[in-house]
Design a protein around this ligand. Structure first.
Ligand code: SF4
Length: 211
């Protein structure tokens, strides 16, 4: 089985297993997803979803958040951890959106990557979820599962995993696949315990089982 064949089979099966898998961060506007992704670094999506309503109640749009004192942002986002640096990035990012993009979130990787605090993972999430463009989000679940399943060979660096996956995954499938990998990584192919291969829908196509 080639990597490409394996990938196509995995895509098909995970689609059946998690038909409605989507982003687990709550957001209504693109700029809010940018904020949430920054807050989600070393924090759970669940916690981020609980924290952000207070932030948006006080600062309901890009301009008001851009004008907010960094310390005030930090006070609210502190429970997500790394409060000072996250608040600094969010403030700088909102200022750039206000000053250069008329408060809109840009829709190219190149421009997204210029925003403070926005790395490839966040930029891909915006590209896929907000703009429906090809995207591959290499978070911790994606990297762990792709290595176990044999879609990549012992590659841990997110950008390298992303580049390897672009070669074997149909571009239009990337974004949804990555969401499904998160679901599967939480429920079955877990990080902290042994993966539950005995009840995995991929057990006969997974490299971990010698296939
Ligand atoms: S068979 Fe095991 S290692 Fe492979 S994806 Fe399923 S749970 Fe993970």
């Amino acid at each position: 089985m080639t990597k490409k064949q394996r990938a196509l089979e995995i895509i098909k099966r995970l689609k059946a297993e998690y038909p409605d898998a989507g982003c687990t961060l709550d957001y209504e506007d693109a700029w809010k997803l940018l904020v949430s992704v920054r807050l989600a670094a070393q924090c759970t999506d669940e916690r981020v979803n609980k924290i952000v309503p207070a932030l948006y109640e006080k600062y309901p749009d890009v301009s008001s958040l851009a004008e907010a004192p960094v310390e005030e942002i930090e006070k609210i986002v502190k429970p997500c951890g790394l409060g000072a640096s996250k608040a600094r990035d969010i403030s700088a990012c909102m200022k750039m959106l206000r000053d250069r993009y008329d408060c809109h979130v840009p829709d190219t990787m190149e421009e997204l990557l210029k925003l403070p605090g926005v790395g490839r993972k966040s930029a891909n999430l915006i590209m896929g979820d907000v703009y429906g463009k090809p995207a591959i989000v290499t978070d911790t679940h994606c990297i762990r599962l792709c290595n176990r399943m044999g879609l990549v060979d012992n590659i841990k660096e997110p950008k390298k995993v992303e580049m390897a996956l672009w070669k074997i995954i149909p571009p239009e499938e990337g974004s949804d696949l990555c969401h499904r990998l998160v679901y599967h990584g939480r429920a079955v192919c877990t990080a902290r315990t042994k993966p539950y291969c005995d009840r995995c829908c991929l057990s006969d196509v997974c490299k971990k089982n010698g296939i």
